[in-house]
Design a protein around this ligand. Structure first.
Ligand code: UDP
Length: 335
């Protein structure tokens, strides 16, 4: 296969980062995973070299840039627990904003001017409109979302001032797993709906429940836009292609434009698993909006974004495949 060059993937041992490494390798790039393994998994580094390092450490980053001639960077390394960001904001501003500042200064020093940044739909906060376009007001309601918005603003200024073009992707609900069942979603603690429900069916999560049944939605449970991680990975590779082809950069929503309620997600999981559990209702989780659906028409138009894996059946089937395969079992057992 042709070698299209080395791409630095910070946080490449995480959920979305590892799927992007696989997609980069399949597209002929050489993904170099740079990860401090605070939450990432060594077993997820399968498609290129692994560099153990922290994005806040300029010297470790510089050493990576001396070892490889990176044509672009995908930046995932970040702290990403919304609740923790409220109780420990310093960690979020230091890791997310501080880490990105260190990365940007090393990139500029090395003459690398192409970046794909992992942002979030959380930059919109409690958006008034559904579906949400990129032009919607951005008022994040927690330090996690604020830290990502700050980085977007920094990148916008850098785009104007320097030869450093970037594409920011605001993901909605990343979900599903690679069809191989070798990589997928696993965090400790796990807070997300689909993996928590699946782990609960497997007897791993006690007290699983639905947060809120009194939302202003058809069945009273909250509605989200679930986007398959393989579609996210394709979008990231396409972004690298376009930045290397002189795309000026910008910020794009990545979602499907279709929403599913928590109850609908659980029904789909029970159907796939062939078993169910009694439904328990908890109060609303603080800060959860009732409906979040992306308008991704700009990404479709400008980047050719086409989320072909993001139907609910494929999302749930690949997630359950990951949860019931040996790789997940080994990871959970620390083997
Ligand atoms: N949720 C739930 N029970 C759980 C975890 C999540 O009812 O154990 C709900 C949550 O309140 C939200 C939706 O599922 O309405 C999706 O939550 P998740 O944490 O997966 O993603 P978020 O939309 O918060 O980024």
């Amino acid at each position: 296969m042709t070698d299209r060059g080395a791409i630095l993937v910070t946080g490449g041992a995480g959920y979305i980062g590892s799927h992007c490494c696989k997609a980069l390798a399949e597209a002929g790039y050489r993904p170099v995973c740079f990860d401090n393994f605070s939450t990432g998994h060594r077993r997820f580094v399968r498609w290129g070299p692994m560099v153990t390092g922290d994005v806040r450490d300029r010297r470790q980053l510089q050493a990576a840039f001396q070892s490889y001639d990176f044509s672009a960077v995908m930046h995932f390394a970040a702290s990403s627990l919304v609740g923790e960001s409220v109780t420990d904001p310093q960690k979020y501003y230091a890791n997310n904003v501080g880490g990105t500042m260190a990365l940007l200064s090393v990139m500029r020093g090395a003459g690398c001017g192409r970046l794909v940044f992992s942002s979030t739909g959380a930059v919109y906060g409690n958006a008034g409109s559904d579906p949400i376009p990129e032009s919607a007001p951005r008022f994040p309601v927690n330090p996690y979302g604020k830290s990502k918005l700050m980085i977007e603003e920094i990148l916008s200024d850098y785009r104007q001032a320097y030869d450093l073009n970037s594409i920011c992707f605001r993901y909605f609900n990343a979900s599903g797993a690679d069809a191989s069942g070798t990589i997928g979603e696993y965090r400790d603690p796990e807070t997300h709906l689909i993996p928590r429900a699946m782990m609960s069916l497997q007897g791993e999560v006690p007290n699983f429940g639905i947060f809120g049944d009194d939302y202003d939605t058809p069945d009273g449970t909250a509605v989200r836009d679930y986007i398959h991680v393989t579609d996210l990975a394709s979008a990231h590779v396409q972004a690298v292609n376009m930045l290397l082809g002189d795309h000026a950069g910008g910020a794009y929503n990545l979602g499907t434009g279709v929403g599913y309620s928590v109850s609908e997600i659980l029904s789909a999981i029970f159907a796939e698993a062939g078993c169910k559990m009694p439904l328990v209702y908890h109060p609303r989780r603080p800060g959860d909006p009732s409906v979040l659906i992306a308008d991704s028409s700009v990404a479709r138009m400008h980047l050719g974004f086409n989320p072909i894996h993001s139907n609910l059946g494929t999302i749930i089937r690949t997630a359950w495949n990951w949860h019931t395969k040996g790789a997940f079992e080994q990871l959970r057992g620390g083997r």
